[in-house]
Design a protein around this ligand. Structure first.
Ligand code: FAD
Length: 383
């Protein structure tokens, strides 16, 4: 698959599958298995996996463009996709001793039949996902884990979960290990409903692990090496994907606002809203400027990820922090410009506004990213 083919497939799925059901799925808080099936059939679930593992071997540029196209139609599905790509990347980066056992899983992902996700956040350490409270307990050749994972996108729908836990002999709070758990692992269950303000159709419910046994061939990282994998394998791509979701939301907000300003009329003046009110035109223009600014920022991050240099990690941190704020600002402006029609949910704009608020609170949160950026500029250790 080429970059262009992947992006055009994503656009086609967005308009044929996602757009027609986004409103209803948001209302009902219903996960779209149809969307995941379509992404799988189009080969998009294996987008970034190496070709010798059954994937398409495409890079961050294509990933960002695909996510943006999906998010323009339905940010819930786009975030399901982002979390899946993080899961798939974690599996593909597994230590050599797990490679043989995980090879059939990668082939299944490449064939579009396996959805994965991350289960990092815990009730005890909240958004500080790098510091799990749960600890793996060694038992012969395997480990046992009990944990309360507080939000897991695609909970109950994914075929596998990438789970973090403190290493059995880990001495410090970030000495974690990553494990691969199939959905059918005894002791793993969805522990509650998902009824979020936004991203309502992505099943980000808690899961419970009760004495789950994990064989050593499903241990993805060496003991204590979970943290560097979170930082180097997951965070750059997650921050890019999260920013791409924000960009899709901004583009949808600009499009929705533009069409409302053209269609809604002041009959007594014989003009549309857009023709009549310069203040609305100015706010729409600011939305467009901010959206294009975010697009440039994402393109810059893609360049950095393709050709890493000294400033790459800074860009990784900055881009997600900025994207969360831009999405909230642009969708808030859309709510104001579209007025009562948006407030009373006659337009799709209000869903975009709610969805946009997830980006800043998904870890690493916007506040934590600022902490990291500020500390790193001042030469203060981050952890
Ligand atoms: C829609 C959705 C999907 C999610 N999907 C997943 C998933 O698939 N897998 C997963 O592992 N997790 C997932 N999460 C969890 C997410 O990544 C965060 O862990 C969670 O949103 C944190 O919420 P909290 O209230 O526990 O944060 P808290 O840690 O209680 O934070 C509360 C506030 O304090 C601020 N804060 C916290 N620490 C600092 C600091 N050091 N400096 C400054 N400010 C700080 C935060 O920014 C926030 O504003 C998801 C969350 C959402 C909303």
């Amino acid at each position: 698959m080429t970059h262009d083919a992947a992006v055009s497939s994503a656009r086609e799925i967005a308009s044929r599958v996602l757009a027609p059901s986004a409103v209803q799925n948001d209302k009902a808080g219903q996960f779209s298995t149809e969307a995941v099936k379509s992404l799988g059939e189009a080969g998009l679930l294996g987008l970034m996996l190496p070709t010798d593992s059954g994937g398409s071997g495409l890079g961050p540029r294509t990933f960002a463009a695909v996510v943006t196209a999906l998010a323009q139609a339905d940010a819930s599905v786009a975030m399901v996709y982002v979390m899946h790509v993080m899961g798939a990347a974690s599996i593909a980066a597994a230590r050599p001793s797990a490679a043989q056992a995980l090879s059939p899983i990668l082939q299944e992902i490449g064939a579009g039949r396996h959805l994965s996700t991350l289960a990092f956040s815990e009730a005890g350490s909240r958004s500080h996902f790098w510091a799990p409270i749960s600890r793996a307990r060694r038992n012969g050749g395997s480990v046992h884990i009990s944990a309360k994972k507080s939000w897991v996108t695609s909970a109950g729908f994914a075929q596998s979960y990438i789970v973090s836990a403190l290493a059995p002999e880990g001495a410090g709070p970030i000495d974690s290990t990553l494990y691969f758990l199939t959905a059918g692992t005894p002791g793993l269950s969805v522990a509650g409903p998902w009824d979020g303000l936004g991203l309502r159709a992505n099943a980000s419910a808690p899961i419970a692990l009760e004495d789950c046994e994990i064989p050593s061939h499903f241990q993805l990282t060496d003991d204590g090496a979970g943290f560097p994998a979170m930082l180097n394998v997951v965070m750059p791509l997650f921050n890019l994907g999260s920013a791409a979701v924000a960009l899709g939301l901004c583009r949808a907000a600009v499009a929705g606002t533009t069409s409302h300003l053209k269609a809604a009329k002041f009959d007594h003046l014989g003009q549309s809203l857009g023709e009549s009110l310069p203040t609305l035109r100015a706010q729409l223009a600011t939305m467009q400027i901010d959206t294009d600014g975010l697009s440039s920022r994402i393109a810059d991050l893609v360049d950095h990820l393709e050709t890493p240099c000294d400033t790459t990690m800074l860009r990784v941190l900055e881009t997600k922090a900025a994207a969360g704020d831009v999405a909230i600002s642009v969708t808030s402006a859309a709510m104001r410009v579209c007025g009562g029609a948006a407030f009373s949910k006659h337009l799709g704009v209000e869903r975009l506004f709610r969805d946009a608020h997830a980006g800043a609170v998904m870890a690493p949160t916007g506040d934590v990213l600022r902490e990291f950026i500020g500390k790193s500029l001042l030469g203060i250790p981050l952890f």
